[in-house]
Design a protein around this ligand. Structure first.
Ligand SMILES: Cc1ncc(COP(=O)(O)O)c(C=O)c1O
Length: 486
């Protein structure tokens, strides 16, 4: 690839070539040691005389930006470039990036408010919510499956179906049918880049600006943000011990987003009567329901309740799942099971968003599922998470009992616990103190769109070693003592 020499700007051709290369060295686009094209070649590319380029090169060489190596060509000089107080002058003289002010601006205000967890910071005791233990992933098996997909003659080289690899869609349909009694065929499944893209595609096809979307409060901020990004008016609806309070839904809601298996972040399961009430409400109000079943593969108590999708007779439920918890978030693989009337639209939305997913990865996951390896991996990781969860509940019942009251939950990778006294600010302060002591724990307020409500902590057990749980919780108890003395 060749460096783009711009002939824009004032001065003769020598000056323009000189300036373009000099700026490239100064701002780091050209780095010390980079080879420049021979003057004859660059002259041909720019349609100028060879002498013009040679003069520019000579000037840059004389000033220390370039150096000629006999028999090898012309290179960016070793001491040139940003950061070095060489010929480019002291650090900081680099050309500024184009239009730092002015330039394009987003039309919407959701960007600033957007939830952006990003990469995690490391901590000695990591109770981060919503992450699996990446060390448990079967890397060797995965490498074998991926390598098989990239074998010559099988290589997934071309464009593919926006709805996803057919074998994977089939495997997902069988998996949700078997494990979750979500009755679906491969045609009902669209593979997505994680649950997040599923939410984005659903918002794209179901919402117009100004539509009302009801979400749980507290709830999952990236879902709120995805709906808001399409101009929806997002309204928080309270959650009680039975899940989302249906009687509090705004009558004009076009879409209701819920996490019935394991409410995010409180952890309660939506009761069966509440599920039936929500479905009846959606039918009466001509609304859709997004059922985000993000971590129900891990179940530690109680019988699983029928998903809304399985209870739905009106084709109103869109069922969203992800492999971020069972496998790895970095795989970016999830799926959505859509009613027949939405199949084409969601498939088209995926093709508009990013064409389609990574073919080799999807094919490898299909094989992983077909060979029974996903089920085995869930069993194995579930055992590890179960032990961590037990240790966590024991600590909540022990060292943390004076401060926290766990919210009953039976599934997933986190537990929420409410403060016995104090408010959201207290929880923030405790989390801050804990962080200073090497413990990552999230205050419940992070997941509230509105101020107020009871304070609490949300404790993930996906990333923490079981042996570290008691000591981590002791430190949280110490943080409570510091923040709420007496
Ligand atoms: C409620 C909820 N939905 C979905 C997801 C998964 O998101 P994704 O599949 O985009 O990684 C998470 C992860 O934390 C979550 O908490």
């Amino acid at each position: 690839m060749e460096f783009h020499v711009s002939l824009d700007g004032p001065g003769d051709l020598v000056a323009r070539i000189y300036r373009s290369l000099r700026d490239g060295v100064r701002d780091g686009r050209l780095r010390p040691g980079d080879r420049l094209p021979p003057s004859r070649e660059l002259a041909r590319t720019l349609d100028v005389s060879r002498g013009t380029v040679a003069t520019a090169y000579e000037r840059l060489t004389a000033e220390g930006f370039l150096e000629g190596r006999v028999g090898a060509g012309t290179f960016v000089a070793a001491g040139a470039g940003t950061g070095a107080a060489g010929p480019a002058g002291p650090a900081g003289t680099a050309a500024p990036p184009a239009s730092p002010d002015g330039g394009l601006r987003p039309r919407t205000d959701w960007v600033a408010a957007r939830w952006s967890p990003g990469p995690r910071t490391a901590a000695r005791y990591d109770f981060t919510v919503g992450v699996p233990d990446t060390r448990l992933f079967p890397y060797d098996t995965w490498r074998r499956l991926i390598a098989a997909e990239w074998r010559h003659g099988r290589e997934p080289a071309g464009y593919a179906d926006p709805a996803g690899h057919p074998g994977l869609r089939d495997a997902i349909a069988r998996y949700v049918g078997y494990a979750r009694s979500v009755r679906a065929g491969a045609d009902d499944v669209v593979v997505t880049g994680g649950a997040q893209q599923a939410l984005d595609l659903v918002a794209r096809v179901l919402l117009a600006p100004g539509d009302v979307v009801a979400v749980e409060e507290p709830g999952y901020p990236p879902a709120r943000a995805a709906f808001a990004a399409y101009g929806a008016r997002v309204v928080g609806v309270p959650v009680d011990g039975d899940g989302l309070v249906v009687s509090r839904l705004p009558a004009d809601a076009r879409l209701v987003y819920v996490t019935p298996s394991h409410q995010f972040p409180l952890g309660v399961a939506m009761s069966l009567p509440r599920r039936l009430e929500l479905l009846a409400w959606a039918g009466a109000h001509d609304a859709g329901i997004v059922e985000d079943d993000y971590d129900s593969e891990y179940r530690f108590a109680d019988r699983p309740l029928e998903p809304l999708h399985g209870l739905d007779t009106g084709g109103r439920v869109v069922y969203v799942g992800t492999f971020s918890k069972t496998l790895l978030p970095g795989l970016r693989l999830g799926f959505v099971v859509v009613p027949p009337g939405l199949r084409r639209a969601v498939r088209t939305a995926r093709s508009l968003a990013d064409g389609h997913g990574p073919v080799a990865t999807e094919a490898a996951l299909a094989r992983f599922m077909d060979e029974g390896l996903l089920a085995r991996h869930i069993r194995r990781t579930g055992k590890a998470y179960g032990e961590r969860r037990s240790a966590l509940l024991a600590g909540l019942d022990g060292a943390l009992a004076p401060y926290l009251e766990p919210v009953p939950s039976a599934a997933g990778l986190h537990v929420c616990a409410l403060l016995r006294s104090g408010d959201g600010a207290t929880a923030e302060a405790v989390a801050g103190r804990a962080r200073a002591g090497g413990v990552l724990v999230e205050p419940l307020g992070r997941y509230r769109a509105e101020a107020g409500g009871r304070g609490g902590l949300v404790l993930g057990y996906g990333a923490v070693d079981v042996a570290d749980v008691p000591a981590g919780l002791d430190r949280i108890a110490a943080a409570f003592r510091e923040v709420t003395p007496g």
